[in-house]
Ligand binder design. Sequence first.
Ligand SMILES: NC(=O)c1ccc[n+]([C@@H]2O[C@H](COP(=O)([O-])OP(=O)(O)OC[C@H]3O[C@@H](n4cnc5c(N)ncnc54)[C@H](OP(=O)(O)O)[C@@H]3O)[C@@H](O)[C@H]2O)c1
Length: 244
Amino acid sequence: MSENRVALITGGSHRIGAETARTLHAAGMNIVIHYLSSRDAAQKLQEELNSVRENSVVLVQADLLSVKALTALVKEAHNAWDRLDVLINNASTFYRTPVNAASQDQWDDLFGTNAKAPFFLSQAAAPFLKKTEGCIINMIDIHAERPLKEHTLYCMAKASLAMMTKSLARELGPEIRVNGVAPGAIMWPNDLDDVTKQRIVSRTFLKRKGDASDIAKTILFLAEEATYITGQIISVCGGRSLHS
Ligand SMILES: NC(=O)c1ccc[n+]([C@@H]2O[C@H](COP(=O)([O-])OP(=O)(O)OC[C@H]3O[C@@H](n4cnc5c(N)ncnc54)[C@H](OP(=O)(O)O)[C@@H]3O)[C@@H](O)[C@H]2O)c1
């Protein structure tokens, strides 16, 4: 089924996005990797995957905070192979915004990357996805439902993305499926100390951190196998979202 299908992955040069690119590519899809500042990493990944299958990966650069750039980004992605099957809204910003210090710029950035860009990318992609009976997969977070301390703006933005997932599933069906993945602890932020990491792991039922491949395999399932699933958000968190 994956043969010749095309997936656009935002923020796809590193970490979860890069692993998703490798996994979908291994399943036979052509990949459009979007990046903002990580040109070198994106080019390296492109070379790696093109060496497995020639001309199977293209790169597109855009700042997702510029709504004008989003339509152009989707068109560029579509034009690479004259089709688009999967949009993965993966790019994100994530940082603390304690309520006494949070700024409007942080609001614009966190809502911009985590909610506004996914909406307008979905809007731009919908006509193309309709033609291929494709799907949208939104990268959410278990903290869309359970607040993470001092991350109110990020949690609010991801909660918007969760609602968008359900709402667009309703509006874009029957041709387009819209689903989400809610990771728990998969790849640590750079500034997290060991004690906090251990505390987080102890709150999973599986007593370990997840791996980017756990997310990528779930995305592949939603893209390729889950033909009767829409409007759903799958938590991939080792059970942490159920911890009291
Ligand atoms: N890591 C986890 O354990 C975890 C847990 C819960 C949820 N998630 C969600 O899973 C997804 C992937 O997580 P991650 O940790 O792999 O992501 P990440 O490394 O934090 O970010 C992915 C990419 O987003 C891009 N980005 C940020 N701001 C942008 C902008 N204004 N315009 C365009 N691109 C922008 C960056 O691209 P450049 O590098 O090219 O600038 C970055 O590499 C995210 O949606 C995240 O919220 C992750």
